[in-house]
Design a binder for this molecule. Structure first.
Ligand code: FRU
Length: 496
């Protein structure tokens, strides 16, 4: 056995011991902590990893830095669930313990091969005083789904013409070969997908780049996923530095999907679309469910360093809810997993007095599901405020409630999410969807969990995902309109 492997095992043991207290105990409870979304016990969470159904359970990992709310040498946390909703923490998945992943066990996907669970991930290292990035693609394997043995790099350097920014392997089996997709950056700073193929999942052959059909879509593509939904292959990816889909969008980190055509010599992508129109959605991963559906979970955050109120309690970021994907009429729909209905309390009904200019209700909680239908006015606008503070119309708020505002505007036929009233307002504060002419009303489902809001619009044709930090007593829902003729939603159903 090599000295390096023995050293790696020692460091692994040491890192596990150091991280153990932060892994097993949740940092002091704070009122921004989600009640059922996945958040890190302490430290920083980012991408979901290795999402898969294996031997009767869902397995999900996430990128974790245990020792501070910073992007440093990442670990893989491991969670297991019977239904994708109730998760329990398994022993730590992977630690940055070896010469090829010492500066981060970066993102990747899982595969089931020969009854074993294989994790493909990117080994990130920094070399020398200049801390030059060095990237490998690595494998770890488990037969019991709990203990993983690292097999080391299977691709030890980027192909010609690609920088060290090549990462986040996704592996599929196409019936004949294993195929790996990697997010990559060309030396001329253009994002692309690098493709490899293999007969055994261990020896990989470089097949070239794909993505030219999407043109220049940013300087780096991260976190690809590739899967089939109702016979259509779809490729999800996160381009950085691509043109903004709307004028309100100022951050370089984007998400979207394209239709994919798999050919013997590569993958062609077309029809690029935004996947989530909110503020905090990145690095989504999907898994096939035992009943042949596709479930998606994403990081509810973005790559730049941020300051969020939860940091004072020692943790940062969370994942989205599990979402079922559907492909209908050439369009991707995302709906909350039906298993989430097990979290519902009794249904409650709110009838809106449509004579009033404004309505304010104390829901008494910041964790709820809400369903309603939003009429699209011919002119004028109305606003729904989530996590509103007391609903008191104070002079300071110029007669308007505050909260996370969802504005339905008939004149511009837009639906806008405005989070400028959040306790943290770093980054963008507005996101907007243009509503097609033929649409007369808009079914809306909202999942609120303390400091996050997920909006599912028209059965998930659009989603808007956002963190929203508010005071502990911001438990009110408010509705206002600009004019007494502007139509309002008539009723709201909700579950605490
Ligand atoms: C995306 C990402 C990945 C990388 C990981 C590191 O958020 O930058 O490309 O593998 O995070 O934590």
């Amino acid at each position: 056995e090599s000295v390096l492997a023995a050293l790696g095992r020692l460091i692994d043991q040491n890192l596990r011991e150091q991280a153990a207290p932060r892994y097993s105990s949740i940092s002091k409870t704070d009122f921004h902590r989600p009640t059922w979304h996945i958040s890190p016990p302490q430290g920083l969470l980012n991408d979901p990893n290795g999402f898969i159904y294996f031997q009767g359970h869902y397995h999900l990992f996430y990128q974790w830095y245990p020792f501070a709310c910073e992007h440093k040498d990442k670990f893989w946390v491991h969670l297991i669930s019977p239904d994708g909703v109730q998760w329990h923490t398994a022993p730590l998945g992977l630690t940055p313990s070896d010469w090829y992943d010492s500066h981060g066990v970066f993102s990747g996907h899982a595969m089931v091969m020969d009854d074993a669970l294989w994790l493909y991930y990117t080994g990130n290292t920094r070399i020398g005083p200049e801390r030059l990035r060095q990237t490998t693609q690595c494998v770890a394997r488990s037969t019991d789904g709990i203990h993983f043995e690292k097999l080391g790099p299977v691709i030890d350097a980027p192909p010609a013409g690609i920088t060290e920014h090549i990462r986040d392997p996704k592996v599929i089996h196409d019936g004949q070969y294993y195929r790996m997709l990697l997010g990559a950056q060309r030396e001329d700073q253009i994002g692309r997908l690098a493709q490899y193929s293999s007969v055994d999942g261990l020896t990989w052959h470089y097949d070239g780049l794909s993505g030219d059909s999407l043109g220049e879509l940013g300087y780096m593509w991260e976190c690809p996923d590739l899967f089939q939904l109702s016979d259509q292959w779809l490729c999800i990816l996160c381009p950085q530095g691509s043109p903004s889909p709307t004028p309100d969008h100022h951050v370089p980190h984007h998400n979207g999907y394209a239709k994919a055509t798999l050919e013997a010599d590569g993958i062609t992508l077309d029809n690029w679309q935004v996947l989530d129109h909110g503020f905090d959605f990145y690095a989504p991963q999907t898994a096939q469910t035992p009943d042949n559906k596709r479930m998606l979970i994403a990081w509810m955050g973005l790559p730049d360093e941020v300051e969020q109120p939860s940091q004072s309690a020692g943790w940062l970021h969370q994942l989205t809810c599990p979402r079922e994907l559907h492909w209908e009429n050439g369009q991707l729909y995302q709906r909350p997993s039906t298993a989430l209905q097990s979290l519902r309390g009794p249904q409650q009904l709110l009838l809106i007095n449509t004579e009033c200019h404004s309505t304010t209700v104390d829901l008494g909680t910041k964790q709820f599901e809400l369903n309603t239908t939003l009429p699209i006015p011919a002119s004028g606008h109305y606003t729904l405020y989530f996590h509103s503070r007391s609903g008191m119309i104070t002079p300071a708020s110029a007669g308007e409630p505050t909260g996370c505002a969802l504005i339905m505007d008939g004149d511009s036929r837009t639906l806008t999410l405005d989070r400028s009233a959040s306790l943290t307002t770093e980054g963008d504060t507005r996101r907007c969807i243009h509503l097609p002419e033929q649409l007369e009303e808009l079914p809306l489902q909202v999942l609120a969990d303390t400091s996050s809001l997920e909006f599912f619009i028209v059965g998930g044709q659009w989603t808007m995902t956002s963190r929203y930090f508010s005071a502990i007593d911001a438990t009110f829902l408010a509705l206002t309109r600009d004019h007494h003729d502007t139509p309002l939603p008539k009723q709201i159903d909700w579950y605490a």
